[in-house]
Design a protein around this ligand. Sequence first.
Ligand code: ADP
Ligand code: GLC
Length: 472
Amino acid sequence: MEIIHVSAECYPVAKVGGLGDVVGALPKYQAKLGHITKVVMPMYRTKFLYENDWELVHQSSQYLGPQWFNYNVIKEKTNKLGFDLYLVDINGLLDREKVYGYDDDTERFTSFQIAVCDWLSSWQHKPDIVHVHDHPTGLIPFMMKYCYAFRHLADVSSIVTIHNAQYQGWMGWDKSYYLPAWDTWKGGLLEWNNTINPLASAVKCAWKVTTVSYSYLNELKYMSNGLENLFEYEKGKSVGILNGIDNEVWDPATDHFLAKNYDAEKVDKGKSKNKKEICGQFGLDGDKPLFVFIGRLVGEKAADLLPDAISSSIYQHHGNCNFLVLGSGEPDVESHLETIKHQFGGYVNTYIGYSESLSHLLYAGADFLLMPSRVEPCGLNQMYALRYGTVPIVRSTGGLIDTVKDFGEYHGFGIRFDQAGVWDITYSVGRAVDLYYHKKNLLTWMQQYMMGIDHSWESSANEYLELYEGLK
Ligand code: ADP
Ligand code: GLC
């Protein structure tokens, strides 16, 4: 089969969060299973662009409403990522350093999607599957079916994967003229609550809808930022497929970001060497359990609870714990964290920003990973933590339910709690502190057990292929 993934992110080209990881890995594993997989994404000005060789494969122009634009499609020459990588360049719109966060994101991603459909329509043959991811590519299933210019694609199967339904790409009806002429009888397929809603449109128009975990699929029917009824209505064509992780990139035995590589047998020694490195760098005490948080400092991740949860844990557990936070996001949360870092010097430190290398070192050197998320469609951090023998402490939501079992249960290996609240986090930190100081053997068993759990992409990649096959 020939599968086209269209996405705003793809690791290592451009990554903001887990979407990048997934689109950097799933196509590679599909290619390993013998399929032709292609990833198409915007040509941002990131390091990867300048460090690799490219060839021009297509050049054309299109319209965003009355505005004419030129676009180029370039291809990475060596297939070094394990799939064909194509970047779409639109000067003035996509030539930016960051992926999201510009005032003209609507114009940027709409023109990108128009260019993609235009390019695919120019092919002599048709691909088997167009697989889009989240709202920045959510208008494609509609455009493939109902824009007259792209009729060539009308019978090509499209699939949308929902990585996060909190963001939907809303745009006012006054911008409907951006889309190339379309069948206006079908306007209802663009709309939700009086606006054009690209994510809702994808759910309505794609042939299949997938979510990145089973539990998230259920959750969406009662908590999806306004789309609850839609997910209930479309449940017949929706399926949950748990994300995998790229075991080649995330392997403590070979990871070159670590101070010491290790496997399950040497987990004790390996982790303590990495922990020593972290504690040295951040002025923390290597004899105490190290709790880390890695991620976007936003409400979804319940990052706003961290400052109070950390200070109350330090008081309640008599200073027998250390905390390190790696992330960036809401300015209030960042400054609150800076305050407690000064208040609890030697117990708390932060790295406000993004660092791929530090994240790897933390998964390896930490004893516990905190994920109090209010919303977590899948979550990759906890799966990386498992692979590196770090106990995840998670709220019972979305993909965290599907991947973490509390150590109080038979063969449990993590810590779970129910409420995204300071008390639940502090209590769970207490259970972890107790494990660390008083149940060392159990902790080592848990570490070794979780390192043996297989969350690699192989099985999930197959589930997607079965889904595609069903559309033939
Ligand atoms: P989300 O996509 O919602 O942010 P995921 O758990 O799916 O959450 O994926 C987050 C990914 O981003 C992981 O690979 C994590 O290691 C990475 N990440 C998040 N914040 C940072 C950061 N500040 N520095 C390095 N990596 C980060
Ligand atoms: C989103 C979700 C996260 C998921 C990731 C990859 O960013 O917030 O839970 O793991 O996508 O699917």
